[in-house]
Ligand binder design. Structure first.
Ligand code: ADP
Ligand code: MG
Length: 308
């Protein structure tokens, strides 16, 4: 079976944990040992989020601005793909060798095509990087788009356009079909736009779940496995009457999406990605927790999304 495993933020850093190298390494080691059972007999592509990591890179640029020239957001996205990709590649290779398996792991810097006409550019919604005071925000107004992030302060905001195509999609397909494990589209991939057949980086952030379904379609994956910090998808999530869904079909997924059961920026893009994949030839999506995922999938602790 050909699987895309989309790793959520908690595969890298747990809520409330400081983002130190040792914490990152500890979590990535654990993540690699939980996903290893899927790697043995399947063809696997791994994608991952990078919200906190790209936020930190942005902050480093910001603080060091007077001494080291700043880099634009597309370059920082590439940096975070390298940072996380390297650690995943190293730790996954260690796990593979420990089990005497024969697989190669490769991290691929992945560019993802977006449209400059995407309506998301007219209404940027994705908060990134450090918080500013009102005074700082006014100063930075000419440089970035700054909005108020609820009551927490002012923050830079960028667009999150829809991924159209994975530029390196056919290369990823070739690699995975040959049996190599590919780490790709980290942090949603590096957003690029095309003009006169030339690509240039765009200052925005693509949702990692939507990029994963885009890639899943291109490589003709059988399964999209979204691993996050909840065990399954819920109706009325967080309320007294919340109800876990062990199965979900396309029709109900669309209905519940319309009814507002899935929060924007967290569960909503996962459901949108699932609908997109299943509607375009994908057989199955599974959303589950990353902890003891093998056991969860054997039991009922997951949501399976299928056409019918
Ligand atoms: P990831 O880094 O894995 O993408 P997110 O925080 O973006 O994680 O998405 C997972 C979160 O979605 C859960 O922690 C949960 O708080 C939230 N969520 C919102 N709506 C729902 C829902 N209907 N069912 C389950 N989780 C939900
Ligand atoms: Mg998310």
């Amino acid at each position: 079976m050909k699987i895309i495993i989309a790793l959520g933020g908690n595969a890298l850093i747990k809520k409330g944990e400081k983002e130190t190298y040792s914490n990152l390494l500890k979590n990535i080691k654990k993540t690699c040992s939980s996903i290893i059972p899927f790697i043995k007999n399947n063809k696997v592509v791994i994608t991952h989020g990078s919200g906190p990591q790209i936020g930190n890179l942005l902050l480093q640029n910001e603080i060091a601005r007077k001494k080291v020239p700043e880099m634009p957001l597309d370059v920082l996205n590439a940096e975070s793909e390298g940072l996380i990709g390297y650690l995943l590649q190293e730790q996954l290779s260690n796990e593979i060798h420990k089990r005497k398996m024969h697989k190669n792991v490769v991290t691929l810097l992945t560019e993802v095509l977006v449209s400059k006409n995407d309506p998301a550019f007219k209404n940027p919604t994705k908060f990134i990087g450090p918080f500013y005071t009102k005074k700082q925000a006014i100063k930075l107004k000419n440089k970035f788009i700054i909005k108020k992030d609820s009551n927490r302060g002012y923050r830079r905001v960028v667009a999150s356009p829809k991924p159209i195509k994975i530029i390196e999609g056919s290369l990823i397909k070739e690699l995975v079909n040959s049996g190599h494990i590919v780490i790709a589209a980290g942090g949603g991939g590096i957003p690029v736009a095309s003009k006169n057949k030339r690509l240039t980086g765009v200052k925005c952030v693509i949702d990692k779940d939507l990029a994963s379904s885009c890639l899943a379609k291109e490589i003709k994956a059988d399964l999209l496995l979204i691993l996050t910090d909840v065990d399954k998808v819920y109706l009325n999530y967080g309320k007294k009457n919340q109800k876990g869904l062990s199965r979900l079909n396309l029709r109900d997924a669309k209905k519940y999406l319309k009814e507002g059961h899935f929060a924007a920026g967290s569960m909503k893009p996962k459901i949108e990605a699932s609908i997109d994949f299943v509607e375009h030839g994908g057989k199955k999506v599974i959303i589950s927790g990353i902890n003891s995922v093998e056991k969860a999938l054997k039991g009922n602790n997951r949501t399976i999304i299928k056409k019918t």
